[in-house]
Write a protein that binds this ligand. Structure first.
Ligand code: ISE
Length: 337
């Protein structure tokens, strides 16, 4: 790509897609929003209508093939990602695909291989935590070696509320998946075993839904990661990562320097309502870095392999959710580079 701005089309303009539309149209450098598509055509028209010169295109695949679209953001549900990512690969267009890559490991692996067979990396996965300034500094501190080896990680992931349709499986696939990526990012290793435990559910959980959940990962190097995911906390969006090393600990996402309780929804400062507020900066940095890399014809950040590995861990997590027993994660091959 030359030094023109990157003309971006967005597939799926629900909560996240609409947020990205605004980011691309108003905040990013060297990028221009040119088209959006959504099965809900009224919604697509409404989003397009907010910005000058943006077209609503009825068929997703027409958007992908459109000559005016240089690159694509996929923010549709994971169940339709495989065919959409494949279309982007076939069109040779740089793509930012929101998580999860797909909803099962077989289809995720097909995408890893389809991209590899075409001989050119085009896809970045939407694991935005890797761009959050605190997670970035945490990783840098660990990499500096000052704290010694990483031993244990504790992740907390709480959403204020979700619709009743957000069942136990979605807690694993759509929420825990972020902690899967954080664990792999922090340790720089794969997850070899996952156990998902089911505490007594909150009274706010619909019948039959396990919320909160506790997931435990064993890393290939022997480290352990504990994760609490609670998507109906009633309070706000709380995401923290505490890393325990041989010579100290480091925490990302800590809101105060004192003992605090969120019982009344505050600790002396505001708790963000949702991920769009908490990770706004991370999303800006993530998409800017995607735009810059795409203009150079490169891919930076999490890859289809990262998407595949996360899907495979979540798939094993769903098996564990059903029994409470540890489940081994067997990745297809390690020779993916
Ligand atoms: C949502 O899809 C996200 O990706 C958010 O980051 C996560 O916190 C939330 O639990 C998911 O539903």
């Amino acid at each position: 790509m030359d030094d023109r701005e990157l003309r971006v089309g967005i597939v799926g303009v629900g909560l996240m897609g609409a947020d990205h539309a605004d980011r691309i149209a108003r905040r990013l450098a060297n990028a221009r929003l040119v088209a959006v598509s959504d099965p809900d055509t009224d919604r697509a028209q409404a989003v397009a209508g907010q910005y000058k010169g943006v077209r609503a295109i009825g068929d997703v695949f027409d958007l992908v093939a459109d000559d005016e679209v240089d690159a694509v953001v996929i923010a549709s549900p994971g169940s339709v990602h495989e065919e959409q990512v494949l279309a982007c690969l076939e069109a040779g267009k740089h793509t930012l695909c929101e998580k999860p890559l797909t909803t099962d490991s077989a289809s995720s692996l097909r995408l890893v291989r389809a991209e590899r067979d075409r001989g050119k990396s085009l896809v970045q996965l939407g694991f935005m935590r890797r761009f959050d300034p605190e997670y970035v500094r945490l990783k840098e501190l660990l990499s500096s070696g000052r704290l010694g080896r990483t031993l244990v990680v504790h992740n907390i992931h709480r959403n204020k509320s979700v619709p009743d349709s957000f069942r136990s499986e979605m807690i694993v696939r759509d929420s825990l998946v972020h902690e899967v990526d954080v664990a792999r990012f922090v340790f720089g290793e794969e997850i070899e075993e996952i156990t998902v435990l089911s505490p007594a559910p909150s009274g706010h959980s619909p019948e039959g839904v396990v919320d909160p959940q506790i997931a435990i990962f064993r890393m290939t190097g022997g480290g352990i990661v504990t994760n609490e995911v609670f998507v109906r906390s009633q309070v706000g969006y709380e995401v923290r990562c505490e890393v325990v090393c041989e010579r100290g600990t480091v925490i990302a996402g800590r809101p105060s320097g004192d003992l605090y309780s969120t019982a009344d929804g505050s600790w002396g400062g505001a708790i963000p309502e949702d991920f769009r507020a908490r990770f706004a900066r991370a999303y800006d940095l993530e998409l800017q870095s995607w735009v810059d890399a795409s203009r150079r014809g490169e891919v930076v950040g999490p890859s289809t392999w990262d998407g595949y590995a996360a899907t495979a861990v979540c798939e094993a997590g769903l098996t564990s959710l059903a029994t409470g027993a540890p489940v081994r994660v067997d990745l297809a091959d390690t020779n993916h580079a």
